[in-house]
Design a binder for this molecule. Structure first.
Ligand SMILES: Cc1cc2nc3c(=O)[nH]c(=O)nc-3n(C[C@H](O)[C@H](O)[C@H](O)COP(=O)(O)O)c2cc1C
Ligand code: SF4
Length: 509
């Protein structure tokens, strides 16, 4: 192949030279072959890429196909129920709900509902009428002066920086219309978050962006003045960790640290800024609770909580013990599962660190109840909440309220192209290239954000009614079943038939 290419190129060069000698009009062909030839010679000599050294021009095909492999996967290979992190079917549902068009499916399920990992909901013989409006949940314990009534579904933390200005504007405009909150992410409070007027949760990470002094430490006066100036800020969330990269700080490269970002985050523009993995404002359980109390005081009594992905469970238990001993406590805890999304993270942190949301959520809720803290400390959950069924499952496992990040990105038009870390997002969501951002039309997309939220909650109410429930608090794990339960049932009722033939188990086979 290689040799053929070089032979053909050399023959072409000779041919064009001969044709050019005969008639100068043929010399234009050098405009095509000449650059390719020079590129080939360059690649032949460059030391960096083996493939290009060996296949100086054809080698580019590999890079091209690698670049468009997510699209090839999606358009030609993926089945309806395939696709990761979210299947085509899940994405389509989010798009339909966001566009407020028909979201029913024809002909029957495409899932293997006999598979051991299948999860279903146990409906009732006596379904109820579902309420017109979903309930709201009060966040704010005895120490909080300004409790917040939260929607059951809200926009999870994603910074301006990770997201484009138009994406942030569309999210906040949708949140304002739908009456739910929008978490700023750790990149600070930007004008794009503030301008539409939707409710905000100001997230504060280890970089203290937007409320830091010149050395990168927390600046209480700056924090106080900003909260006082912006009544849209309804809650404060201290970020300890997130599921996609627990215990890993972020790096803001100099190219992304534009004048605007630097102004919002209180940084020197065009410098690389590293957020440390941990907080400089505290180093232990007591320090964390004291800092939360300080933030509550500085914010004039807003609900203050923290977000974490569970790692060492004994640390969380110790934190609860400290809450009981000291009387200090947060108003909410956001539990993020290891399956959570990110703009960019090292693979090892994404794939190998942190507890998935299901065990983490059950652990946090049970521990809070064990220490009699749940009345004052509400639980917010995030981790692949996209459909009403996944939202209901979170409520069953212990969440009071849920956040979704990627669900809302789908409502903005995300096609799961998986390029969020390259500044080339084709849908203008996670890029700052103006030519790509212009494709995202704020009035259109904000309506989609609004409808995605509204239609998902409407279906949640329908599911609760199908289970014969009046209140979201009544949903529990008993309303769910897994595929492996069918196997146990088969074993119990037909010990000599299905259970043995399909799923032999020790002692019965
Ligand atoms: C583009 C992007 C940026 C994110 N930025 C932040 C952030 O600044 N702070 C944070 O705590 N989590 C951040 N996250 C994590 C989400 O807030 C959320 O916890 C996680 O994605 C799980 O929710 P999901 O499964 O609904 O996406 C980000 C996620 C994405 C996709
Ligand atoms: S479409 Fe944009 S936001 Fe969605 S996965 Fe691709 S790069 Fe990320």
């Amino acid at each position: 192949m290689r040799k053929t290419f070089w032979t053909v190129s050399t023959l072409l060069i000779v041919l064009i030279a001969a044709a050019g000698l005969a008639d100068q009009r043929y010399l234009w062909a050098y405009a095509v072959v000449g650059p390719l030839f020079l590129l080939g010679v360059y690649n032949l000599l460059q030391p960096h890429h083996t493939i290009l050294r060996n296949f100086p021009v054809l080698g580019y095909a590999r890079y091209f196909f690698e670049f468009i492999s997510p699209e090839i996967q999606q358009y030609f290979i993926e089945r309806h129920t395939d696709g990761r992190p979210f299947s085509r079917q899940q994405r389509s549902l989010a798009y339909q709900r966001a566009k407020n068009v028909m979201d029913t499916v024809p002909f029957g399920t495409q899932l293997d509902i006999n598979a051991a990992n299948y999860e279903g909901i146990r409906h009732s013989i006596y379904p109820k009428e579902h309420p017109a409006e979903p309930p709201r949940v009060k966040i704010g314990g005895a120490l909080c002066k300004k409790p917040y009534m939260a929607s059951l579904l809200n926009i999870s933390a994603m910074s301006f920086g990770a997201l484009s200005d138009r994406a942030v504007l569309a999210l906040n405009t949708g949140a304002k219309k739908g009456g739910f909150y929008h978490n700023t992410g750790e990149g600070g409070l930007s004008d794009h978050h503030l301008q539409p007027g939707g409710d905000l949760v100001w997230q504060i990470g280890t970089g203290y962006f937007g409320c830091r002094d010149k050395d990168g430490n927390f600046d209480p006066e700056l924090f106080r003045s900003k909260v006082a100036a912006h009544p849209q800020v309804r809650m404060i969330e201290l970020k300890i960790s997130q599921g996609a990269k627990p215990g890993h700080g972020g790096v803001l490269p100099a190219v992304k640290n534009t004048a605007e970002i630097a102004r919002i985050r209180h940084l020197q523009p065009h410098t690389t800024v590293v957020s440390p993995p941990g907080h400089s404002a505290f180093h232990d359980a007591r320090g964390l609770l004291q800092f939360i109390g300080r933030l509550r005081e500085l914010s004039g009594g807003l609900p203050v909580g923290f977000k974490l992905c569970i790692g060492r469970t004994e640390e969380f238990t110790e934190l609860c013990e400290c809450m009981v001993e000291s009387g200090m406590r947060p108003d909410f805890i956001t539990v993020d599962g290891a399956e959570g999304g990110t703009g960019a993270s090292p693979l090892e942190f994404t794939d190998s660190v942190g507890m998935p949301i299901e065990p983490a959520l059950m652990f946090v809720r049970r521990t809070l109840e064990r220490f009699d803290l749940h009345d004052e400390v509400k639980v917010i959950a995030s981790g692949k909440v996209l459909t009403a069924a996944s939202l209901m499952k979170m409520l069953a496992l212990g969440a009071d309220v849920c956040n979704s990040a990627r669900g809302f990105l789908f409502s903005l038009g995300c096609i799961q192209a998986l390029r969020c870390n390259t500044n080339t997002c084709p849908t203008g969501i996670t890029t700052h290239q103006r030519s790509l951002v212009r494709g995202l039309v704020v009035p259109e997309k904000s309506e989609r954000v609004y409808h995605f939220h509204r239609n998902t909650l409407h279906t949640l109410m329908e599911l609760l009614a199908a289970c014969g429930l009046d209140h979201v608090e009544d949903v529990n794990t008993g309303h769910f079943m897994r595929g492996d339960e069918f196997v146990k049932l088969a074993d119990r009722y037909f010990p000599d038939r299905l259970g043995h033939v399909m799923h032999p188990s020790p002692g019965t086979a």
